[in-house]
Write a protein that binds this ligand. Structure first.
Ligand SMILES: *Cc1c(COP(=O)(O)O)cnc(C)c1O
Length: 387
């Protein structure tokens, strides 16, 4: 299916709403039925019906079709946050006594799900360095039900060989799931590489304007329907029609924004690598990236987020650099129009800072849609403030 068709037409039945180009926000909680027979049918199979907006809603259905097609998946569900699109399917896939193999250091709230929440139900997780498939394979136990991936990671950018992992999992009947937020559907399609379920935070690139929190899950119709009929309807993580409409609007310009962010990141990472105050830059499409071959093999492009370290990574230096940035904003999240920075040390109390821990030295930058020179000037003046 053509990308242009997906983004501009798929799912949009304009004749049903006055031929409006932009779809309506169907802001309703419930839908009426003319006959008991029709009502009974909808109650009996809510997955195929529009009954109540905790389940399906026509504005969301337009979005679901587009998101499924972008991932090359049979179906999609949209959630009120990215973490809901991760937590809800995991709750659907495991039960008491089951085991999960996860990559080490996934997204912070995913770690908390595995470490704090799931143990309450007797579900255990083993974390492994996923850069070698053997580590994943060796961690599999007879009760392993799920292999959880995040490639690239959004701080260290570690990758997993998605095809290789999916082959191992299939041979053992284990479900695979990935957090694909970093690349999104335009730069990586895990389903085509054999992964079963793909989650992403739509708060990031798909929303694209830092004004909506949402998540996406794609996969086979069978898995998506199973999750919808049980955990999705029971936990109630549905997205509002208005937020869904903002995501449809975000999708119209997704290719332009991602390409821009990718190109600007290419230039800025190169510039930083040559700067005397910079120690190293970590970005999957940098020529010296440790898994560069795998990145170029399974990703069609690279997100505009990378990390770097200063030659002198004292707390004083990291703070002076970040505090002096004028245009690059200090905030969580990414994927919007605005460039952002997060120093790892913002999440560490000063007394716990370990200058020799490479993860604590990282400064993460997301490149938005600003002009490259505007961003480089800002970096330059802030770097001139450090020793
Ligand atoms: C932001 C993010 C999430 C969580 O998404 P929310 O929309 O904030 O709930 C999950 N994974 C990654 C990699 C993220 O960056």
């Amino acid at each position: 299916m053509d990308l242009s068709y997906i983004l501009n037409e798929l799912g949009e039945e304009r004749e049903n709403y006055f031929n409006a180009v932009s779809p309506p926000i169907i802001q309703t909680s419930n839908f009426t039925f003319k006959t008991v027979a029709n009502f009974r049918q909808a109650l009996g199979n809510e997955f195929e019906a529009t009954l109540y907006s905790r389940g399906h809603n026509p504005t969301l259905n337009i979005l679901r079709q587009k998101l499924a097609a972008l991932d090359g998946a049979e179906d999609a569900l949209v959630f009120s946050s990215g973490i809901a699109a991760i937590s809800v399917p995991i709750l659907a896939l495991v039960k008491q006594g089951d085991h999960i193999v996860s990559v080490e250091n996934p997204y912070s709230w995913t770690i908390k799900l595995f470490n704090n929440f799931l143990p309450k139900f007797g579900i255990t997780t083993t974390f492994v360095d996923g850069s070698d498939v053997k580590n994943i394979e060796n961690a599999i136990r007879p009760n392993t039900k799920l292999i959880y991936l995040e490639s690239p990671n959004t701080f260290s950018y570690d990758l997993q060989d998605l095809h290789a992992v999916s082959q191992i999992a299939r041979s053992k009947g284990i479900i695979t799931m990935i957090d694909n937020s970093y690349c999104g559907p335009l730069f990586q399609q895990p389903i085509r590489l054999g992964i079963d379920l793909v989650a992403q935070s739509a708060t990031k690139y798909i929303g694209g304007h830092s004004d909506v929190v949402a998540g996406v899950l794609t996969g086979s119709k069978e898995l998506i329907a199973q999750i919808f009929d049980n955990e999705f309807l029971n936990i109630g993580p549905s997205l509002s029609p208005h937020s869904a409409w903002l995501l449809i609007r975000g999708l119209r310009t997704l290719p332009l924004r991602m390409q821009r962010s990718f190109e600007t990141a290419t230039q800025i990472t190169r510039w930083l690598q040559l700067h005397p105050a910079i120690d190293k830059v970590i970005w999957p499409f940098s020529p010296d990236f440790k898994q560069s071959d795998l990145a170029r093999q399974q990703m069609q492009g690279c997100g505009g987020m990378f990390s770097f370290t200063l030659k002198n990574s004292s707390i004083k230096n990291i703070e002076a650099f970040c505090d002096h940035l004028k245009h690059i904003l200090m905030a969580v999240s990414w994927g919007g129009h605005e460039s952002l920075i997060i120093p790892s040390i913002a999440g560490v109390s000063k007394s716990d800072y370990n200058k020799n821990d490479p993860r604590q030295q990282l400064i993460r930058m997301y490149v938005g849609l600003e002009d490259v020179d505007y961003l480089i000037q800002d970096l330059e003046q802030a770097l001139s403030r450090i020793s």
